[in-house]
Design a protein around this ligand. Structure first.
Ligand SMILES: Cc1cc2nc3c(=O)[nH]c(=O)nc-3n(C[C@H](O)[C@H](O)[C@H](O)COP(=O)(O)OP(=O)(O)OC[C@H]3O[C@@H](n4cnc5c(N)ncnc54)[C@H](O)[C@@H]3O)c2cc1C
Length: 545
């Protein structure tokens, strides 16, 4: 880990400034300030002496960075609550300043210069831990196992360091599993700092890692945001930064559809593009900096009114209560009507094209279905990752639905073949996907395919509020001016006002982004709506109802 990348040495003036927030503590050689597996730790500032940050894998220990006087310890998990993955061992006696996490949050909120320094270092450290501390969490599971795919997707999209070991390709694993008494039907397993979790769901893994909420009996948030795609993350950033106690609830992993895009080129301020994962990660840090809390993966399953507030029931059976709720639950991908597709869901069939999926395909031939920009971006990315790509569209012309710049790039890329007026009708292979049948003007053709990438549109994720708020004929949520009088019940007459911008037919429930009827299905539009809706939430809360 290169020190200059971390840029986190505090100036003498900053050390004096921090001194008022903490207590001094002597440290001796061999002491651990925190250890891998701990559920929480304090923020430590090195006054004298030095500390090694070490990552443990099996019986091996590796030093990844050394901190001396003027440095501070810790990374993003001080804000997110993620279980500690590395240990801090004293190698030279001295003294540290100990600052509790709650106080660190106050410093980040109130001292911009310190906040910039600390947050930039935390983000740089997380990026480096993604490679340097990957061994702290090991997922052992087959590439053909849907459960293993879901665990890897959760960890990858949540930016949690981990490494994946595939027992089908790594001969040494079998012996190690036998020695550990782990049977084949107990896979996938996740080994986290020495603890073995057998066949955990992403929810169970998240709970073990400390990323789910503790029970919140009786607590009422000012704002609950359902969905953490671009719209929900923007709402969380604006809600928390404007003083609302804000909770974000996300069913899969942060970033939403945008999180599955390898390169977004039309988002303002990023002329060379930004990956959806990077954008979401930055937004998450921003929201957490302002004090927003998140629970993931955890789905909202229903909504009800309780004593003038809104209660959101979650998939783990608990309920969270808010004075206002923003629905930012976006849309979910449509499934291709092809024979045999169920067998390969989560292993050979993908609805995103990021590093994770590209690695799973390992430069083998892939098929991309769809004629929109998302399909075009995916085809370009997969071709660059080394896979021969076939794009399949039902129409006769790619230019009918894809931006010109992408069509031109695809046309001139020898690694990409386009098949028009064609559909995918069947999938086959054992144990993984090996080929698909393409039905086109010249009849059926079997083509080799280890990854089928489907980008054929999405349906709104509004099931959790159906019956509580008016939806249009396709299930998108109606808001403000698109609501007709007959969709507003007597409660509105009693309130004596019209719905606020982004407010649904249920007072206090707002909808933004792709789930909202009439929204522009783009990242920038979703971010704009999520941010702007918070102003309406303030107005709603000021009415007192
Ligand atoms: C591959 C791909 C590439 C794209 N590229 C671009 C691009 O380059 N430029 C561009 O402008 N747009 C692009 N888009 C479109 C853009 O990503 C979407 O318009 C945008 O993500 C919508 O944001 P959102 O927050 O409204 O919804 P989403 O991104 O759909 O996020 C909704 C979130 O809510 C969660 N959720 C759903 N139901 C629940 C529930 N019941 N409880 C809790 N959480 C729930 C979902 O898991 C998801 O994380 C792309 C889309 C895809 C799929």
């Amino acid at each position: 880990m290169a020190d200059d990348q971390l840029q986190e040495t505090l100036s003498p003036a900053q050390l004096v400034e921090l001194e008022t927030f903490g207590t001094r503590r002597p440290i001796a050689v061999g002491d651990y300030l925190y250890r891998a597996g701990d559920t929480a730790y304090d923020f430590f500032v090195m006054l004298s002496g030095s500390v090694d940050i070490v990552v443990e894998s099996g019986h091996e220990e590796r030093v990844i960075v050394h901190h001396g006087p003027g440095r501070f310890l810790g990374e993003l998990n001080l804000l997110t609550g993620l279980r500690v993955l590395v240990s801090a061992r004293v190698v030279e006696a001295g003294e540290v300043l100990v600052i509790p996490v709650a106080t660190l949050r106050e410093i980040i909120a109130a001292r911009p210069a310190l906040s910039d320094l600390i947050l930039s270092a935390f983000m740089a450290r997380r990026s480096l831990l993604m490679t340097d501390a990957a061994a702290a969490i090991r997922v052992i599971g087959s590439r053909y196992s849907p459960e293993s795919g879901r665990l890897r997707e959760f960890l990858q999209r949540s930016r949690i360091p981990h490494e994946w070991v595939d027992p089908d390709t790594d001969g040494a694993v079998e012996g190690a599993l036998c020695a550990g008494g782990i049977k084949a039907d107990e896979l996938p397993i996740v080994i986290v700092t020495g603890t073995v979790l057998r066949r955990p769901t992403p929810g169970e893994l998240s709970e073990f890692l400390g990323l789910t909420l503790d029970p919140l009996d009786g607590h009422c948030f000012d704002l609950i945001v359902v969905g953490s795609g671009p719209a929900g993350l923007a709402a969380a950033v604006y809600g928390a930064s404007e003083g609302l106690s804000t909770l974000g609830v996300e069913s899969i992993a942060l970033g939403g559809q945008a999180g599955s895009s390898s390169r977004i080129e039309n988002y303002l301020g990023f002329p060379t593009g930004i990956s959806g994962g990077d954008l979401a990660h930055r937004a998450l840090v921003q929201a957490e900096k302002f004090g927003a809390s998140f629970s993931t993966p955890c789905a909202a399953v229903s909504l009800r009114e309780t004593s003038g507030h809104l209660a959101v029931k979650l998939s783990d059976g608990t309920e969270v209560v808010g004075r206002a709720v923003i629905a930012a639950s976006g849309a979910r991908y449509r499934r291709l009507p092809a024979v045999g597709i169920e067998e390969f869901e989560d292993s050979g069939v993908f609805y995103a094209a990021t590093e994770l999926e590209a690695r799973a395909c390992a430069s083998a031939p892939v098929v991309v279905v769809g004629g929109g920009n998302s399909a075009g971006q995916a085809a370009m990315f997969l071709a660059q990752s080394g896979s021969p790509v076939t794009i399949v569209i039902r129409g006769a012309d790619l230019g009918a639905s894809m931006s010109r710049y992408l069509v031109d790039r695809i046309d001139s890329d020898p690694r990409i073949e386009l098949r028009t007026q064609t559909t995918v009708t069947a999938l086959s292979g054992s144990p993984g996907l090996e080929q698909v049948v393409l039905s086109g003007p010249d009849g059926d053709a079997k083509v080799p395919c280890q990854g089928l990438f489907s980008f054929i549109g999405a349906d709104p994720s509004s099931g959790w509020i159906s019956g509580c708020a008016a939806l249009d004929g396709h299930g998108f949520v109606l808001t403000d001016r698109s609501l007709t009088e007959d969709q507003l019940d007597d409660a509105w007459t009693a309130l004596g006002r019209a719905p606020l911008p982004f407010e649904t037919s249920r007072p206090g429930l707002f909808a933004v982004g792709d789930v909202r009827a009439g929204s522009t299905k783009r990242v920038a539009a979703a971010v704009g709506e999520g941010s702007a809706a918070v102003r309406a939430v303030h107005e709603y809360l000021a009415f007192g109802t």
